[in-house]
Design a protein around this ligand. Sequence first.
Ligand code: XMP
Length: 512
Amino acid sequence: TILVVDFGSQVTQLIARRVREAGVYSEIAPYSKAEEAFERLQPKGIILSGGPDSVTNADAPGIPQSFLTAGIPVFGICYGQQVMADQLGGKVENADMGEFGRAFIEVKKDCALFHGLWQTGERHQVWMSHGDKVDHLPDGFEVVAHSDNAPFAAVADEKRKFYGVQFHPEVVHTPDGGKLIANFARHICAIQEEWTMAEFRAQKIAEIREQVGGRKVICGLSGGVDSSVAAVLIHEAIGEQLTCVFVDHGLLRAGEAEQVVSLFRGHYDMPLVHVEAEERFLAGLAGVTDPEKKRKFIGATFIDVFDEEAERIGGADFLAQGTLYPDVIESVSFTGGPSVTIKSHHNVGGLPERMKMDLVEPLRELFKDEVRALGRELGLPEPFVGRHPFPGPGLAIRIPGEVTKEACDTLRKADAIYLDEIRKAGLYDAIWQAFAVLLPVRTVGVMGDHRTYDRVCGLRAVTSTDGMTADVYPFSAEFLSNVATRIVNEVKGINRVVYDYTSKPPGTIEWE
Ligand code: XMP
């Protein structure tokens, strides 16, 4: 086990993730609980995260001094490097200028951290983000890599197995960073055991049983990967104590509701309440054209319906959610100030407060691709596991203007053709999200000597790693014209197709 001590960095979870990728088990503990975690875990190594504090402040957080005399390897990252240097008798100062972004370091000496990876004299790209810097090294340390602005970019005391880096090896902008962390876990801490998703599954099941005991859990299923994986995992842990509620707002893609019902009732034989609420949602959306009003109405109605169903089944003690780590960070504003609402995202946010239930969130530490791996481990069918993300408000935010049943049906047909062609071309997995939108604009066309006056369909496809930024997927012109022809020929009510060439930012992925 590696203990990751968290000093409040935005990317601490990425450190844990990199350790997991190296096949080694790790646990994160906030610095205030590090001592207790150390006792419990008896780790073979410790990683100290970055953080917003400055060790030059008297009350800055640190680690128990005993961690540094325990005879186990310690790896300090950014603030963690400064903490280590400070507690071992070195000196840390406010840098005149902070350093943020891409930087190049030069390797000065062989170091166990660089084992099989970096050679003396080589230059490598890293990602820096810090204000303070180590100014004077503790006894026993030497510099193993430096840059123009960072004379102590990487330091080591090989005898005591203490390592520190000023840059962030956990982020993707440090291309070899994952390997440095793997070197620490495997080579320096000499951890042999393989940690796998199978063990994560077993561990989470034990945790869920412990948390829930004999009580009841209710879970909102959306048909997406996250809630599906959470539901299957929880069902494996507590069986019939779990009831899933699938609020079908009628704004789903073609065939989706049927797939959810047959997977959970049929394949998994799980208690599933399928609430068919299309009429209620469409009635409330009549005449609504403002995107925020649509989102708010759908979010509020979703909660009402869910609440009613929960009461009908006699209530529950816990609410299960497929919250992922990126949802956790997005909801904690890390700029320090209130951030501007671009869109009011709707998952089941608001439900926990309203229902006064405790949460079961077994996926909180994971990233999307890890959830997919867990889904595969749990035997979820591949089309479910690999499915593109789909927004809570569904097709309503893909129909600018008023949402009607007719518009939804038209859009479902166009969307199904588009996705069918993407699958046939073998492109589905290379794309983060692809979907059609139906515009309220009518344009003139000609079909078989007849004038048409129908709606415009927009096509969107993007690549992304987390949905926060996105690039346009570069289809071939032939592919796009083939899709356009099929949609105009096969879908009544659409006579023109356009492709959206906007990246995010400045665009967003969804149109509303
Ligand atoms: P935007 O449009 O903000 O979308 O660039 C980023 C990602 O979030 C999804 N999205 C939502 N997901 N509830 C959700 O669960 C929502 O209200 C919502 N709005 C957007 C969007 O599909 C993309 O993956």
